[in-house]
Write a protein of this length. Structure first.
Length: 481
């Protein structure tokens, strides 16, 4: 029964919700299958994070002692209370944290120790069941004695066998050693919850959270899969951190661009902007008696005026980001370039524009991803872009040819070309590229993250030198496309 499986009070709704997640999540199933009974511990961890007011049972049977030790470690940490606002009533965020805690328990305690604890749990359950059977036999024997009947031999034999089995199980329990210390358990729990909090924030930065402003809704397994990458891969974490910061800059630049674009009247408000004051207010200036009223209301910013809002109505072509993945880009340069790409991806989603990322190195090393609508921006795509790195030489012509093929049916694209290198392009190729550039009316913004490249100037509308211009200047321009 469920009351003998869990140390956190749960109802049928909680169990159904977890069962649905469990079936969708390979990460949860991977831990749940390890040992009999481990899934119940996962469900306890999940319920403590998900439920509005989780209740830890005061008394639990002996086979749930380790579960309670873990859950006390969870609930009594500051990390748990910090994380709770992000996981409360969020099934997937709670599952992400559960997987993170399970991983840390395994890392800190070791698979062998966890296996022993699950074996102990089963042994304690068997002892309890055997003792219940003995109690039942004793009741039957007492009833027989009350009626003056002899005790049935077969029941006495069965009772003795059950007692012997209990004695053997208790000896086996001793041989499995003591349970892990509370300190060890709490260290694992703290690390797991802290990693989970960071992963949930980074998932939101990449556009896959549950709040407003997210790129697309994704299934639980994809969010958990992305979280696993963020928790245990330094490169993923760093790119997500950068992408979150750059996304905020990008959204602000887009907002400012609209704000200062071509205006339209959206409402009537009050203020003292003479260029926007209603004609009916200006009438007050014609009469000396009412002029004072006008001046007073001007000083108090109480004149009726039009509220204006900028528009950006021009249809836009695709955004294409070409990222140099040659050997010299390894490390911070590559991570920064991909963070820029993810920030631009969110601009494209917001503007309903086609988006493409092209990772390139030498002429034979190239990979591209084309996104036609927001539903195609999946965690698998993000993972694939982050994991793609060639480490070879540098060729400019191949990625720009790929960019041309993408925009062939969609003119007026914005191509962002990020590199730290330089290479020659042939005159024949350059002339053909510039002709296509004129016909398709697209622009090339190149960002040089290394030394100065004379080649970039031949096909770019503008070349930014990150080291000389500074990140603020470069991003201020790029994020207003």
């Amino acid at each position: 029964m469920s009351r003998d499986r869990f140390v956190i009070e749960q109802d049928l709704y909680d169990q159904d919700a977890f069962n649905g997640l469990y079936e969708q999540s390979e990460a949860l199933k991977a831990y749940g299958r390890k040992e009999q009974g481990y899934r119940d511990l996962l469900e306890d961890i999940w319920a403590s994070l998900y439920k509005v007011s989780p209740v830890l049972k005061e008394k639990v049977p002996s086979h749930l002692r380790f579960h309670k030790q873990v859950m006390e470690g969870v609930i009594q940490t500051t990390q748990y209370h910090t994380l709770r606002p992000k996981t409360r009533l969020d099934e997937v965020a709670s599952a992400i944290a559960t997987v993170s805690v399970a991983r840390q328990l395994e890392d800190e305690l070791g698979e062998e120790q966890l296996r022993k604890e699950m074996i102990k749990k089963q042994m304690h359950r068997e002892i309890t069941e055997l003792q219940q059977a003995i109690d039942t036999i004793d009741q039957v024997l007492q009833h027989a004695a009350n009626q003056g009947k002899p005790a049935p031999e077969r029941l006495l034999d069965k009772k003795n066998r059950y007692k012997a089995a209990i004695d053997q199980l208790k000896q086996d329990l001793k041989s499995l050693g003591r349970a892990p210390s509370k300190q060890k358990v709490r260290i694992a729990v703290r690390r797991g919850l802290a990693s989970a909090e960071q992963a949930i924030e980074e998932i939101e930065a990449l556009g896959y959270g549950t709040g407003s402003g997210q790129m697309a809704k994704v299934n639980p397994e994809d969010r958990i899969k992305l979280a696993e990458k963020l928790i245990y891969n330094t490169k993923f974490r760093e790119i997500a951190r950068m992408a979150g910061r750059l996304k905020n800059i990008a959204m602000k630049k887009q907002k400012d661009k609209i704000k200062h674009g071509r205006d339209e009247i959206v409402d009537i408000t009050t203020g003292n902007d003479l260029a926007r004051v209603l004609p009916s207010e200006l009438v007050y200036l014609k009469n000396p008696l009412t002029k004072r009223i006008f001046l007073r209301r001007f000083a108090e910013r109480q004149l009726l005026q039009y509220e204006m809002q900028g528009q950006d109505t021009k249809a836009k072509g695709p955004i294409i980001v070409c990222i140099d993945c040659s050997g010299s880009m390894r490390g911070y340069r590559e991570m920064w370039a991909k963070a820029v790409a993810f920030a631009l991806m969110q601009i494209a989603v917001k503007q309903k524009r086609k988006f493409s990322t092209i990772c390139f190195s030498s002429s034979s090393e190239i990979e591209k991803w084309v996104v036609n609508n927001p539903s195609e921006v999946t965690p698998d795509l993000i993972i694939s872009i982050i994991e793609t790195f060639f480490g070879g030489g540098t060729d400019f012509q191949t990625p720009l040819n790929e960019a041309l093929s993408i925009m062939s049916d969609m003119p007026e694209a914005d191509v962002i070309f990020i590199t730290d290198g330089d290479c020659e392009v042939t005159d024949i190729w350059l002339n053909e590229f510039l002709k296509n550039k004129n016909n398709l009316r697209f622009k090339v913004y190149s960002i040089q993250v290394g030394f100065h490249s004379t080649t970039l100037e031949k096909f770019s509308d503008i070349v930014f030198l990150l080291q000389d211009d500074g990140e603020d200047v470069v991003l201020s321009e790029i994020f207003q496309i």
